[in-house]
Design a protein around this ligand. Structure first.
Ligand SMILES: Cc1ncc(COP(=O)(O)O)c(C=O)c1O
Length: 402
């Protein structure tokens, strides 16, 4: 089991001296929430927040059927798929739980590519179902090579399902999903992808890349509030899922149940349970905005932003954990310059700029801090304020050392 302590956020307990009107109090004396540059959830555009605040509609009937169809189509367009999209209520892990629970029976086998804390969670899901995992662990900060995965699959013929995380949020590494999809397809296995931290900011071509099930979450690059876990099932995956033998894994986490409602109840109640209709309304507005921006343009913007973050950080003495070739477009894990502690950087940025960063988790706790750059946090306004503090911290450090 991953250590629950790994989730603990660093609070700026030893807060540096007050600067520039900190702490942030508005006229009523209420503390302003920090701007979020954690790797999700992220700050949201006003239009998305307005959708969230609308009056509740029922999760059935004509209005809902139309609304749900719309968001599902948006998700399929972003995922370049002609398969089936479902939106499970919950956080990203709910979708991953459903994917594994539908594809692998108790007593079955699953290969997990473990690039870090989040990809490792697939093992925890599998443990809960009584599935045996075969873990291909990569060095932290490195992706998995397609040939490594091909060789690993050969040594584990009993595992017909492979779990890969596209962007590992604890290290800022992006796996080459297209190449991995090819080797998994060649080995005739089912590929489950965790695209929680990438979907919407990096290309995920579900059908063309041979992804069987693609899982994501609303609160990161989809620029929506937390609470929805979109899952796309490739049409070609249904034969596998129908004969997987995983028939005793509950109701909500069975994607075949979602398909049943989506087809048999399509005109009235196209899902098995009550839906978080307001979260989905916000997701609809956010995905409309993403599509209006244009996917290629959006992917280019996030790639360029990640490159700028890395260049500017390096110029100020911070070292990205992941190399440029496999850098995530949405999150960068940075080692601070010698003499600066990662957790102190997180605390200082919160104190001086009222920006919240992510701290290092699991084995990287205390070694790195993490910058999320998607949606609003990928804009100059956020990045300039962040780098104002990062640069001043490292300058002060240099002065002290000289
Ligand atoms: C890559 C990845 N997978 C899975 C998760 C789990 O998502 P959630 O917390 O929405 O359940 C996260 C969360 O940050 C993530 O970054």
């Amino acid at each position: 089991m991953n250590d629950p302590e790994a989730y603990r956020c660093v609070e700026p307990s030893s807060a540096p001296t007050r600067r520039n009107g900190e702490p942030k109090l508005d006229e009523g004396g209420v503390t302003q929430p920090p701007r979020l540059m954690i790797p999700g959830p992220i700050d949201l555009e006003p239009e998305v927040l307005e959708a969230l605040a609308g009056q509740v509609i029922p999760h059935y009937g004509d209005a809902w059927v139309t609304a749900y169809r719309h968001v599902r189509q948006n998700l399929l367009t972003i995922g370049e798929s002609e398969g089936d999209a479902f939106v499970l209520a919950g956080s990203g892990i709910v979708g991953i739980d459903a994917a594994i629970g539908t594809a692998v029976p108790t007593g079955g086998h699953l290969i997990v590519v473990d690039n870090g804390f989040f990809s490792g969670r697939m093992c925890e899901v599998a443990d809960g179902y009584g599935i045996t995992t075969h873990v291909l662990r990569t060095e932290r900060g490195k992706p998995v090579r397609p040939d490594e995965l091909a060789a690993f699959m050969q040594t584990h013929p009993e595992a017909q399902v492979v779990g890969v995380t596209h962007g590992e949020t604890s290290t800022g590494v992006l796996n080459d999903l297209e190449a991995l999809g090819n080797v998994v397809a060649e080995a005739d296995r089912l590929l489950i992808v965790d695209a929680v931290s990438t979907f919407g900011a990096a290309r995920v071509a579900v059908d063309a890349w041979g992804i069987g099930i693609c899982c994501t979450a609303s609160q990161k690059a989809l620029e929506s509030p937390p609470g929805a876990a979109p899952v796309i099932v490739n049409r070609t995956a249904w034969d596998f899922l129908d004969s997987s033998g995983a028939d005793n894994h509950g109701l909500y986490s069975d994607l075949r149940v979602w398909r049943h409602y989506a087809t048999e109840m399509s005109e009235f109640h196209p899902q098995p349970a009550t839906m978080p209709v307001n979260v989905i309304a916000a997701l609809t507005v956010a995905t409309d905005r993403i599509l209006a921006e244009g996917l290629d343009q959006r992917y280019r913007h996030h790639r360029k932003t990640a490159a700028r973050v890395r260049r500017r950080a390096q110029a100020a003495g911070y070292e990205p954990l992941a190399a440029d070739e496999w850098a995530s477009p949405t999150v960068t894990a940075l080692r601070p310059p010698t003499g600066l502690a990662a957790n102190d950087v997180v605390a200082a940025v919160r104190e001086r700029a009222n920006i919240q960063l992510g701290s290092g988790i699991a084995e990287l706790a205390g070694q790195v801090f993490r910058v999320g750059h998607m949606g609003l946090s990928a804009t100059d306004a956020y990045l300039d304020d962040l780098f104002g503090v990062l640069e001043s911290l490292s300058n002060t450090q240099e002065c002290a050392a000289s």
